[in-house]
Ligand binder design. Structure first.
Ligand code: GLV
Length: 248
């Protein structure tokens, strides 16, 4: 009951002739929406602000208290301009984003046209983006892609968001980048491992917002996903073609 299939031992599954149903497409909107919510929560420091109200940190007005970074006139870099990446860009555009960049395995001329997004090497995306949004799938090519080298090229004022898979990020490197002020903040809906142990160092940071992998968690989306998963299963049991089969 998921869009991603990086958690499956595909070679072994293939060897044993096991059929796999999966759920692409249906969770695109919910995941894109959550990505935008996480981005805004992170760049405008919402969890920290809520905490300040509760703990009495909200006192007299101060000009730069709880300031963050806004989307107006910004450059957004998307790693993986697939279905979810495009749905994120579509939602961010009305916030006044000035420029979209994207990086990935392939040029996506059709997907990029709507946002006039420019295909750039990963290094340029890191250097020029005010917001880096990771929406690629986890493959051997993307594992550990966002590492010390990558964060080292980002601006000190930039915000990093990951709603794809935790393993795309080297978490120790991200921790160092956040602690040292190499980047401004990070928002993660995915981590390694999941659940993230409550004593994990990333959870001690004010500039890191971590969610428990809730990208597709709307009632409507999870209900539609359930129905498709069941129909895949029933078709598989009957030896029929599945509504959504992963062809190995
Ligand atoms: O991450 C969620 C999914 O792949 O369904």
């Amino acid at each position: 009951m998921s869009a991603g299939f990086d958690h499956l031992a595909l070679e072994e599954i293939k060897k044993r002739g096991i059929r796999v149903g999966y759920i692409p497409d249906i969770l695109t909107d919910a995941t894109a929406e959550l990505t935008v919510a996480l981005l805004l929560a992170t760049c405008r420091r919402l969890p920290e602000s809520v905490e300040e109200v509760k703990n009495g940190g909200w006192t007299t007005w101060k000009p730069f208290w709880m300031c963050g970074y806004g989307l107006s006139d910004s450059t957004v870099g998307i790693i993986g301009l697939g279905r979810i990446g495009q749905a994120v860009a579509r939602r961010l555009k009305p916030f006044g984003v000035k420029r979209f960049l994207y990086a990935g395995r392939h040029l996506k001329p059709e997907g990029a046209a709507e946002f006039e997004a420019e295909f750039v090497p990963l290094t340029r995306l890191a250097e020029e983006s005010d917001f880096v949004v990771v929406t690629c799938s986890l493959t051997p090519d993307t594992a550990g892609l966002c590492n010390k080298d990558f964060f080292g090229k980002m601006k000190k004022t930039s915000v990093f968001i990951n709603t794809s898979r935790g393993a795309v990020v080297n978490q120790e490197d991200l921790y160092q980048a956040l602690v040292s002020g190499q980047i401004a903040a990070a928002g993660l809906d995915v981590t390694t491992p999941e659940p993230l142990p409550t004593e994990h160092p990333l959870l001690s940071l004010k500039n890191c917002v971590i969610l428990p992998h809730i990208g597709s968690a709307t009632y409507a989306t999870r209900s539609t996903m359930s129905v498709l998963a069941v129909n895949n299963l029933l078709a598989g049991l009957k030896g029929e073609s599945m509504p959504s089969e992963l062809h190995l």
